[in-house]
Design a protein around this ligand. Structure first.
Ligand code: CDP
Length: 232
């Protein structure tokens, strides 16, 4: 019987990680987990509970105290897509907006938040057969993952993709606002003290500036078959 593996996909914001992670999981029959959605849901909780000051400072003590009250789950929508729930409420749309994106990297830099979400993510991978995407999956959450991918693309290409995605969802934001957000999150994510975004030494690199979604998927599936197939 084929042995299941863990696939860790990390990379910069809007690099297309989620799309490729989801597609791979669907194709090979694995479970997909969007770790960024979990950081986004915690951020939404903090915003709703007045824990983020107008200048963007996060009240980390209050948030840490309330962490046991935050329950994040994933449900399946009628069209088969995965939706994020915060304490039982579907928050999928709300967590994808620029409001949450503006604060998520500050929330994700808090040690207690990372400890809690990392523990939850590890539990989700106990049985393997999982594709998880994020910033620290190959470095911190699953350093033993059999397959690790690090995705890169230029900030401009990433901002354009995200801007088109948000515009398609009817959100009225400018390309410049999205580019600023992408750059600022890159900065915070790569320079934070705990689990900063970086390529794991044993991760495969994918620079997708000039790749179509299809070319990217072919590359990913090829690597998966090499690695998981070798486990037969
Ligand atoms: O969708 P996008 O690639 O822009 O971001 P995301 O995957 O939804 O992650 C949102 C934010 O959560 C990131 O900018 C990080 O600050 C944080 N994050 C993290 O710190 N660690 C992870 N494993 C996943 C996300």
């Amino acid at each position: 019987m084929e042995q299941k593996i863990i696939v860790a996909i990390d990379g910069y914001s809007s690099s297309g990680k989620s799309t490729m992670a989801k597609a791979l999981a669907k194709t090979v029959g694995y479970h997909y987990v969007d770790s960024g959605a979990m950081y986004r849901a915690v951020t939404l909780f903090a915003m709703r509970h007045g824990m983020i000051a107008p200048d963007g400072t996060v009240d980390s003590n209050a948030l840490e105290a309330d962490l046991p009250k935050i329950h994040i789950t994933f449900a399946t929508d009628t069209d088969g897509s995965q939706v994020t729930e915060l304490n039982g409420e579907v928050v999928e749309q709300e967590i994808r907006g620029l409001g949450v994106a503006d604060h998520v990297s500050a929330v994700a830099a808090i040690g207690a938040v990372r400890d809690r979400l990392t523990a939850l993510q590890r539990e989700m991978g106990v049985k393997k057969g999982i594709v998880m995407d994020g910033r620290d999956i190959g470095t911190t959450v699953f350093p033993q993952a059999e397959m690790k991918v690090f995705v890169q693309a230029s900030p401009e290409v990433r901002a354009r993709r995200r801007w088109l995605e948000l515009a398609g969802k009817g959100q009225n934001v400018s390309y410049q606002e999205v580019l600023d957000n992408v750059r600022e999150r890159d900065r915070i994510d790569t320079t934070r003290a705990i689990s900063p975004l970086r390529k794991a030494a044993d991760a495969l690199e994918l620079d997708n500036d000039h790749l179509t979604m299809e070319e990217q998927m072919q590359w990913l599936l090829g690597k998966f078959q090499e690695i998981a197939g070798g486990k037969n």
